[in-house]
Design a protein around this ligand. Structure first.
Ligand code: KG4
Ligand code: ZN
Length: 338
């Protein structure tokens, strides 16, 4: 007997600088292959055209490996899923075109997936899974959202950033500290040995449940410019304290609003998703928040936090169960409403 209703699906993620493919069968992820494009490091950020070309090079071997690792042949596939939006247009087109070609060749349905919805549903890949409704803080390089998750396919954005995303703030500050892209993980690393209260940066006071991170970035920029004038080696000598103080400020801004939202909506199960959820300071702060209020905290595995196709696969699994398919004529979109 099948442990859960469902089908065997190939999912593809290509929205930014990771080419990833995953196989899911009856709701269980059998493989999740991720090729990260390190070529962008030298440019200090993702170069869209280079990302598209790298996806073209990676997609066939990545899909092949995902099938092989899962022990699934192409003829066993019952649907092909892909990230439809949001993301870099050229990058999305590579995944979408490949998925369409495969769906057409195998005569199986196509499932377009929203990347941000997929980040949230990463919580449904492994046990323990949250019950519905739960509250998810989705923090990535392009988004910062508080999402009320009513069911796998029904979500409501309660608040989001009005300017920079949290990951963007980490990356921009890292650049000021002369660290390579993506700087978030490096800020995290330096912060481990720094004093989070060494320097004080303002936490923006934005109404409702929205966020703003451009002010923090500007405050750090002016602070560094002033200090470097006095001591040209200031950054080198104090990088751990600067990283720890910036991380403390960003995490505090995130947690403050997330706590407010959970209280306001009386939600007792909270989780975090997206690349920034790999941040050790944020994970610790969430655990502490859970302890403070006796809320249950859900932290997905690292491999499901940053961009990956397993989250696209689990979303496609639920869409397939609900009969939500995508037309072969569907086009990807760089920006998309839910
Ligand atoms: O979700 P993701 O992989 O891609 C997007 O959809 O944007 O998120 C990437 C972002 C980058 O800004 C990266 O610096 C940040 O996640 N990030 C981190 C950490 N690991 C990844 N930021 C802070 N601390 C980390 N440990
Ligand atoms: Zn993402």
């Amino acid at each position: 007997m099948k442990e859960q209703l469902g089908s065997t699906i190939l999912a593809i993620e290509s929205s930014c600088d990771e080419t990833s493919a995953s196989i899911i069968s009856n709701g269980r992820v059998l493989s999740n292959i991720i090729a990260t494009q390190s070529v962008h490091e030298q440019y200090g950020g993702v170069v869209p055209e280079i990302a598209s070309r790298a996806h073209l090079q990676n997609i066939v071997p990545v899909v092949h490996q995902a099938l092989e690792q899962a022990g699934i042949s192409r003829s066993q596939l019952e649907a092909v899923a892909f990230t439809q939006a949001p993301g870099l247009m050229g990058a999305l087109l590579v995944g979408a075109s490949f998925a369409k070609g495969m769906a057409q060749a195998l005569n199986i349905p196509l499932i377009g997936v929203h990347h941000m919805q997929a980040h949230v549903l990463a919580h449904l890949i492994d046990d323990p899974k949250p019950d519905f409704p739960f509250l998810c803080l989705t923090v990535s390089g392009g988004h910062t959202q508080i999402v009320l998750v009513h069911s796998p396919l029904q979500m409501e954005i309660l608040g989001e950033t009005i300017d920079d995303a949290a990951g963007e703030a980490f990356d921009k500050v890292a650049k000021m500290l002369n660290l390579p892209y993506p700087g978030g993980p490096l800020i995290d690393k330096y912060a481990q040995t720094g004093n989070p209260l060494a320097y004080e940066f303002p936490i923006p006071n934005i109404p409702d449940l929205n966020f703003s991170f451009s002010g923090i970035k500007t405050a750090v920029l002016y602070f560094l410019q002033k200090q470097v004038k006095l001591n040209p080696d200031f950054i080198k000598e104090n990088i751990s304290d600067i990283a720890a103080s910036v991380q403390y400020t960003i995490v505090k801004a995130l947690i403050r609003k997330f706590e407010k939202a959970a209280k306001q909506y009386k939600i007792r199960q909270i989780g975090v998703a997206g690349g920034v959820s790999a941040n050790s300071g944020l994970r610790k702060a969430l655990e502490e928040l859970g302890q403070k209020h006796n809320w249950e905290v859900f932290l997905p595995k690292f491999e499901y936090c940053t961009d990956n196709a397993a989250m696209i696969a689990i979303t496609a699994h639920y869409k397939m169960l609900h009969g939500e398919f995508t037309d072969l004529g569907a086009v990807p979109s760089a920006r998309a409403e839910w």
